[in-house]
Design a protein around this ligand. Sequence first.
Ligand code: CAA
Ligand code: FAD
Length: 380
Amino acid sequence: MEFTLSEEQLMIQQAARDFAETELLPEVIERDDAQRFPKEQVKKMGELGFLGMMVDTKYGGSGMDTLSYVLVMEELSKIDASASVIVSVNNSLVCWGLETYGTEEQKQKYLTRLASGEIIGAFCLSEPEAGSDATSQKTTALDKGDHYVLNGTKNWITNGGTAEVYLVIAQTHLDKGHKGINAFIVEKGMEGFEIGPKENKLGIRGSDTHSLMFNDVKVPKENRIGEDGFGFKFAMKTLAGGRIGIAAQALGIAAGAYELAKKYSKERKAFGTEIKNHQAIAFKLADMHTKIAAARHLVYKAAWDKDNDNNYDLSGAMAKLYASEVAMETAVEAVQVHGGNGFVKDYHVERLMRDAKITQIYEGTSEIQKIVISRSILRD
Ligand code: CAA
Ligand code: FAD
């Protein structure tokens, strides 16, 4: 077993740390307050190669491994989970699927611009009546010869307003259940495609979440991804990797909250001593440190599985389940360590606590991860 990072991995980790501290930290509170998308920062992350990290360099990506991607996600998420979810969606849910299952034409037309960060993408599976129950797709894409006609509504779509390219899952064969689902590349501006208002959220408020409406949108046949009926498997395979990215986001939120709590415990005095000298506080830090280390092992192992062509459905689901629980627990405890200061915005931990919650919900709730895990371990 090898527990050390390579020179290249250490360099990319440091680059992400520097970027987060110099470019994300300065206005992170203001962006959260105003629900402002980090436009300039996303542009810079594109220049740094963070938006197409695992994509082959011949398609404009950085050609790095999943572990490097996880390291970047962790560092960005310590400071700004709104920025990191944009990175996660573009890398794991958009670029990965296009590179793995797209045609050469689709890669040239879309992937190159997505991977370089020239444009960003969105992944559209969830609907008002199909969240956890993702096979219950109501959006339809009917085959009309040289094109499909798309009708329906998607909701909760990250990058919903800012994306230029949307991977949309829809039902083509109404009588075939999940085997009749397809995935399509839809462009912003296609006739009949409307973007709903931005959601006013508890956390990750800098990210841009919208519902999307499709009203007789004509999608060319060449925009279907994979064979007819491959759409649900496409979504599941994409999400298996996506969950590693969100697990890394959760790990970063936990680590960020812990670092702030540790620092504060050395500064704040109560009863004539730094609060770190009260065992109740020291033990909280010990618990946080231990659980974060355990979460980190699970997250890195899932990334390692993906990089080594092992199945990562199980390790990715375990990493997401555990890291998101650790994120929530650590962030709540970090607020407690800060006392009253933890309850106000200037100290950052209240934002990390609000941001942590989403990691237990999106890309499959904790309950759904337990379904994935239990089915996997109980399968003969
Ligand atoms: N790889 C390949 N195929 C898979 C698969 C995987 N990981 N998981 C399931 N499948 C296949 C199954 O084999 C089955 O196909 P066959 O019948 O041909 O064998 C088919 O998919 C249907 O699978 P199930 O019978 O297991 O379906 P189910 O209805 O019981 O649901 C589920 C399975 C795991 C609960 C799934 O619906 C699910 O993952 N739900 C959660 C949805 C989700 O994660 N949404 C996230 C949206 S994106 C997002 O949230 C982004 C963001 O926040 C930033
Ligand atoms: P429901 O499925 O209605 O679940 C409600 C509750 O019931 C949950 O606690 C759930 O765990 C539980 N539950 C449901 N079924 C079961 C079961 N079988 N067993 C046990 N418990 C169960 N989706 C996208 O497609 N693309 C995106 O970019 C995207 N971004 C998002 C960003 C944000 C900020 C949010 C809030 C959501 C986003 N989503 C996105 C949607 C997200 O994936 C869903 O919200 C999530 O999958 C849960 O679906 P739901 O909200 O419909 O909840």
